[in-house]
Design a protein around this ligand. Structure first.
Ligand code: TRP
Length: 453
């Protein structure tokens, strides 16, 4: 087998992991999760979950990856015994499911970017903004941009770790941050800014108490999705790491960037939505939130065309750096396990994912079907299995690996292990149960109505 690649520079790994974490989850999914979860109440629970479950959970994936230097399937086969050895296959299935719809949604952003170039945004009233979204999100156009986006992802991954992923993300991450700051500054000048900040920042504890059953899985699912946890991305990226890295420090850096960017997106998006359509609109928005409200806003304001181009282009880049991490999991498995070259491995995996995404381009019900299955079930299950494995089955290996690269870990390794063993397991089990219940309701409700119609 050819020698396994590693990151070329110390920051390469950080950039790649941040690039993976920051994506549609932060910019498309986060605002509508905030909307569904009642604004600031959601934000509070989400931030809490990032700290108490996201942080220990990302370390779980890091130690597995760096310990084995293998793709997730191989990593678990070499670390574990018995049924634990097969968890990696679950990740491959999850990767396929995420990528299939992720690429379609990313394609919408590419399309909106192209609209900015060719026509500009001319949908100032909400109805025509919604009509535009309808024509972009389903049918031939959606299929075409799904092809365009998948081709870009395949192109980057086929080139490899150093020349493809590492170079691409070093440019994308700073670009994303700069553009969001510009948009947030613009948002601050709008008349609805004050109302938007109140909606976004002052939590109603009554909402948390009354709706924890929906808030909990929503916030936990979002925490896992946004940190790219539960399907082996962080295992894969850490597998290209040397033993001198301080994993705790790297985890904090990555989480800091991801969370900061999500919060920043709120500052950019909510003033625009609320100025345009009122505070009720923020709560009603769903998958089309950023498309309809923002395209309308960009049609309305001076300089909107440039801002819109910047915004949709940025999101497309952010989505690209995330999508490459998902495809990389599948590709690294094919390369390691079957000893084939990177290019054919990428072509095969990418084409399979492309086919799976085709139904999503034709009817949005398939988006809910896949997104719910991934976030309510697959990611939580994947994370739970990893946490149980590292916390209870192979704790010594985990603690030992965490200590490498840290000068004096002291008691922190044990504290981490206990966080993993109990709070993390409890939150994940509760989330999984609520998530399954919610998804079951979707299947027996909206989905069976759709089947019957
Ligand atoms: N974290 C990315 C986002 O927020 C999406 C993503 C990339 C992801 N890789 C993942 C989600 C792995 C779950 C698992 O857009």
């Amino acid at each position: 087998m050819s020698e396994r690649e590693t990151w070329a520079t110390r920051t390469g790994f950080i950039f790649a992991a941040v690039g993976s974490a920051v994506g549609l989850g932060n910019i498309w999914r986060f605002p509508f999760a905030v909307g569904e979860g009642g604004g600031a109440a959601f934000l509070l629970v989400y931030l809490l979950f990032i700290a108490i479950i996201g942080f220990p959970a990302i370390l779980v994936e890091f130690v597995i990856g760096r310990r084995t230097n293998l793709n997730p399937v191989g990593a678990l086969q070499s670390l574990a015994t018995g049924p634990w050895r097969y968890i990696g296959y679950l990740f491959l299935a999850t990767g396929f499911a995420i990528m299939a719809y992720y690429s379609v949604v990313a394609g919408w952003f590419v399309r909106y970017f192209v609209i900015g170039i060719t026509d500009g945004y001319t949908v100032a009233d909400p109805d025509s903004a919604a009509a535009l979204f309808g024509s972009v999100s389903t049918g031939m156009d959606a299929l075409l941009y799904h092809i365009v986006f998948m081709a870009a992802v395949i192109g980057v991954v086929a080139v490899g770790i150093r020349d493809g992923i590492e170079k691409a993300v070093k440019f994308m991450v700073p670009a994303i941050i700069i553009l969001l700051v510009v948009l947030a500054a613009y948002g601050a000048t709008l008349s609805g800014a004050g109302e938007a900040y109140a909606y976004y920042l002052s939590p109603d504890f009554g909402v948390i108490a009354a709706e924890w059953q929906t808030l909990l899985p929503l916030a936990a699912g979002q925490a896992f999705f946004t940190l790219s946890l539960g399907m082996g991305v962080m295992i894969t990226y850490a597998s290209y790491l040397g033993e001198d890295r301080n994993l705790v420090k790297d985890a904090l850096t990555i989480i800091g960037f991801d969370t900061g960017i999500a919060v920043l997106v709120g500052f950019a998006v909510f003033p625009i939505i609320i100025t345009g359509a009122g505070v009720e609109a923020a709560g009603e928005e769903t998958v089309n939130a950023v498309f309809v409200s923002l395209a309308a806003a960009f049609s309305d304001i001076t300089g909107g065309r440039i801002l819109g181009l910047l915004f949709f282009g940025t999101v497309a880049l952010a989505a690209l750096s995330s999508a490459i991490s998902i495809l990389e999991v599948v590709v690294s498995y094919i390369i390691d396990q079957f000893d084939v070259d990177r290019r054919p491995a990428t072509a095969v995996a990418g084409s399979g994912i492309f086919l799976l995404g085709i139904p999503v381009t034709q009817d949005l019900i398939f988006l809910d079907l896949l997104d719910g299955f991934v976030n309510d079930f697959l990611l939580v299950l994947g994370a739970l299995l990893l946490v149980l494995l590292v916390g209870w089955v192979i704790p010594d290996a985990g603690r030992d690996e965490l200590a490498k690269g840290i000068t004096d870990i002291g008691k922190r390794g044990d504290i981490w292990l206990w966080l993993v063993r109990i709070p993390l397991v409890v939150v994940l089990v509760v989330t999984l149960a609520l998530g399954i219940e919610g998804y079951h309701e979707f299947l027996t409700g909206p989905f069976s109505e759709w089947l019957a119609s």
